[in-house]
Design a protein around this ligand. Structure first.
Ligand code: NI
Length: 195
């Protein structure tokens, strides 16, 4: 299964990377461009160096379905360029904020070479800042699941060791999204879990 962390990087992202490194777990991070401070540039490079996957979560985290095609392109393009400049990585995944997508979002994602990655397990960790609740919801994941988490909340980072223990105890391995699909996802297409 794939663990995905949205809306960062933030103050707790380095701590999360320590936890993942200690347990040799790889994850995927959907980056909000305006969240990337100068110090966070090193955090992005660390993610790449430690085998994590980066995805585009827009620049300002807007509801993309309310924007015109030019604005959608700007939102995705700015973050795409920033991550490329800082890490050298050309991202091929995006996640629309709030999961809100439509024909224009699909078209602009395709134009930028980005597959649309949704999820099938929502921990609602932004709402319930509680370690037990977050770990319990994540434990509902199954083979091929994509689990939605947010690394901007300390309660989520604190829940990660527990959910890793619970799920690893059931025999699950944690992989990046590219590894989950085993090939480059098709730009513009929507992906949930696999299969
Ligand atoms: Ni988000």
């Amino acid at each position: 299964m794939a663990l995905t962390f949205d809306d960062g990087p933030g103050p707790y992202t380095g701590w999360l990377l320590d936890i993942l490194a200690e347990r040799r777990v790889r994850a995927s991070f959907f980056v909000v461009g305006r969240m990337v401070s100068e110090e966070d540039e090193a955090v992005l490079r660390r993610m790449v160096a430690e085998g994590h996957e980066l995805g585009n979560h827009t620049w300002n985290h807007p509801q993309l379905t309310r924007l015109g095609p030019g604005e959608v392109r700007e939102e995705l393009g700015r973050t795409q360029w920033l991550v490329k400049r800082v890490t050298g990585v050309t991202m091929d995944l995006m996640r629309p904020p709030y999961g809100l997508t439509g024909p224009w979002v699909a078209a602009e994602s395709r134009h930028l070479g980005l597959a649309q990655i949704l999820w099938n397990v929502d921990t609602r960790d932004w709402h319930d800042r509680d370690v037990s609740i977050v770990a319990h919801r994540a434990a509902g994941a199954g083979p091929g699941s994509i689990v939605l988490l947010h690394d901007i909340h300390p309660s989520t980072v604190r829940a990660v060791p527990r959910l890793l223990d619970d799920l690893a105890g059931k025999g699950y391995r944690f992989v990046t999204l590219s590894e989950l699909y085993g090939r480059r996802p098709v730009p513009g297409r929507r992906y949930y879990h696999n299969p």
